[in-house]
Design a protein around this ligand. Structure first.
Ligand code: ADP
Ligand code: 5GP
Length: 198
């Protein structure tokens, strides 16, 4: 059985990560999308346990104390973290794991697990990012500005990622992500079992 790989998807809030990943998950099988824990309030249409595990701050802190997170970070006034056990269980089953996490969390995961593949998703322009964030309608203008400010900082780390995908159209972005995941499984180190039999 081929081992699963972990893929980190980072990028500014509102760039379209959730939208693109939803479509990617319909296309690629044997992939586990990691459901994060967060202290942020659910948005309309978000379901506990599906989009996030919605926790209060005390519960989030108790998960930290019990070492239940692979990584966690603060982002625009809320905590976000990746529960370790589901990620490990999926990898044991040979599934690829996708983590939709911001850049501080990405650094933590890569220092613990250097074979993680990091992909940065960018918008076609800043104007378009602002338009998507505003038109999503989930954040008040103050929060939109905070998220845009954070996006500027996140962009400065984009060159440290393994891949840079532009979400101009959902189809283009999904095609590129799909190609990256396939290519990562074609590396010789992923196929040592076959190579060593020759
Ligand atoms: P993120 O998960 O990165 O915060 P979302 O997936 O919630 O972003 O997308 C933010 C908004 O942008 C949503 O309203 C979504 O429908 C829209 N969107 C996503 N991708 C595209 C795209 N390629 N073109 C136009 N709008 C998009
Ligand atoms: P949102 O509030 O828009 O759902 O997410 C805000 C930011 O938090 C996004 O950049 C998203 O990638 C990031 N995020 C979501 N889950 C996690 C997580 O478990 N850990 C970290 N570090 N970031 C996360």
């Amino acid at each position: 059985m081929q081992k699963g790989k972990t893929f980190i998807i980072s990028g500014p809030s509102g760039v379209g990560k959730s939208t693109v990943l939803k479509s990617l998950l319909e296309r690629r099988k044997n992939v586990y999308f990691s459901v994060s824990a967060t202290t942020r309030a659910p948005r309309d249409g978000e379901t506990d346990g599906v989009h996030y595990h919605f926790l209060d701050v005390d519960t989030f802190r108790s998960w930290i104390a019990r070492d239940e997170f692979l990584e966690y970070a603060e982002y625009v006034g809320n905590f976000y973290g990746t529960p370790k056990k589901f990620v490990d269980a999926a990898m044991e089953e040979g599934k690829d794991v996708i983590l939709d996490i911001e850049v501080q969390g990405a650094i933590q995961v890569c220092s613990k697990r250097p074979d993680t593949v990091r992909i940065f998703i960018a918008p076609p322009s800043w104007e378009e990012l602002e338009r998507r964030l505003t038109e999503r309608g989930t954040d008040d203008p103050d929060k939109v500005q905070k998220r845009l400010l954070r996006a500027k900082v996140e962009f400065q780390t984009a060159h440290t990622y393994d891949y840079f995908v532009i979400n101009d159209t959902v189809e283009n972005a999904v095609n590129e992500l799909d190609a990256i995941m396939t290519a990562e499984h074609c590396k010789p180190q992923e196929r040592m079992e076959i190579i060593s039999q020759q």
